[in-house]
Design a protein around this ligand. Sequence first.
Ligand SMILES: Cc1ncc(C[n+]2csc(CCOP(=O)(O)OP(=O)(O)O)c2C)c(N)n1
Ligand SMILES: [Mg+2]
Length: 569
Amino acid sequence: MAKKSVKTQVAGKPSVNGRSARDGVAPVGHTIGSYLIQRLQDHGVRDVFGIPGDFVLTFYDQLQKSPLRVIGATREDNAGYAADGYARVNGMGAVCVTYCVGGLSLCNSIAGAYAEKSPVVVISGAPGVEERRNDPLLHHKVRDFNTQREVFEKITVAQASLDDPQTAFREIDRCLEAAVRYKRPVYLELPRDRVDARPMYPYQAVVTPQVSDVEALKASLVEALERLQSAQKPVLIAGIEVHRFGLQKWVLQLAEKYNIPMCATLLGKSVVSEKHPLYLGIYEGAMGRKEVTEYVESSDCVVLLGAFMTDINLGIFTAHLEPGRCISATSEKLRIGHHHFHDVLFEDFLIGLTRLTMKPKKKTPLPTRVSSPIVKRPASELVTIASLFEHINSILDDEMVVVADVGDSLFAASDLTIHKQTEFLSPAYYTSMGFAIPASVGVQAANRKLRPIVLVGDGAFQMTCMELSTGAKHGFNPLVIVLNNKGYTTERFLLEGPYNDIPNWEYHRLPDLLGAGWGFEVHTVGELHQSVKAGLAKTDGFSLLNVHLQPDDTSPALRRLAERMSKQV
Ligand SMILES: Cc1ncc(C[n+]2csc(CCOP(=O)(O)OP(=O)(O)O)c2C)c(N)n1
Ligand SMILES: [Mg+2]
């Protein structure tokens, strides 16, 4: 973790996501509520997801009157997923709920945002400070008035109760800074009688930017240069933090300037364009493509950038990366071989690497990339995972973002070619089912021009599909593909049992219930092609394809993963 020390000026260093939210000053006259709204906007937040309740109504009223758009959800956990999807596209997201009944429902989605480094600001209303005297049994209270905040201490990187106008303003800044710095959720609890409270003295934000230790940064770059210079076959592995910190262009510069091939992790899929000539594919140990695994594992200098080595990223620990041959930089630590460097910011190190004086590497033969074969299939053939993903691959364009849920939606999607950066979203580490539909609402709220292609299993769909209603209300137009394999196919491969069967809903009829969108039932390849075409042509609402698949039909990636995991069940 970087300490505050002598400022390291890295010329041309970007303000993350093009914003400079660090220099906030509270104009005299702000209340706690209005200051929070102001600071959210300073950090680039334009929308807040959530559901109101009496403990947060005063603040909701302020929100409604502010430039922020309030997007109501059907459930709080979905509002959390939406804010998470929003944060992944926008740089920061926010969710606002009522006390305990709302807040505690958010736990799972915020835990996922924590695990996968997505900066979501959780705002919860709370009983007024004056109402708490004599510990009354107010509705929504669980154990004592601190219970919810204590729960959130475990799943957010900073927390504050905004109960004292003398500290609340500073606390708001501290927590928002922490969200920016660590790319993790933060928790702000606002008692309802403090929303309109003002400080006794005008508050001036004091922001201390994090900077690298100059000497440590220099020493790390000298050592990295030595390793890179002597390496015959270096390779980069770009992870999710490259996206979170908005550093994609520096990874590309690094690769292009020194002619170093690059891979991504599954969680970081699409952080670099998958069409780039130096892009090899996803590195995920034995779970990934053999040629990519061999290339990376025979490299004499693997540079891991913002990559978290989770079990799924590492192909359930089948990766063979010897630390002595790796340079690994994240926002949390920097390790070069067996040397650890402290107080070096991830972005300073990465940008520093692009400024080294080093000759480009000689071209080495790169593994050929698999381009999906164009297979001509008869229109009457039943759709399979293979033909479904072949077709999805053929329709992807630059304005689309693939949002993949857990299950084969994720594993089969790992082989899709994503054209641009960051256009693939998935809970690939925390793997909580039900992420995709609400997250796609967040994606389009953040950027209406992106068109989500939502890949979701029938099981995951049954968990959170009602959030389509929220998207419909705002005129969002995702193309939702339900992989209807009549149950929990991923789990079937681990252990078969009746608990893996789920009811076969008529998913394509959901538009009738919601009074919005278009539904298509798909059995054959011909129907698939027609429905995708028709669905994409409907631009003013969602389209939903109920794609019938056999319960035992899976992608090769899922089969490999399930085989591996079933040994541990
Ligand atoms: C919230 C949640 N509950 C349970 C699980 C365990 N789980 C992992 S995959 C899976 C089945 C997913 O089924 P479906 O969405 O239909 O996708 P499929 O495996 O059929 O492709 C389950 C239950 C989970 N990951 N997340
Ligand atoms: Mg299923």
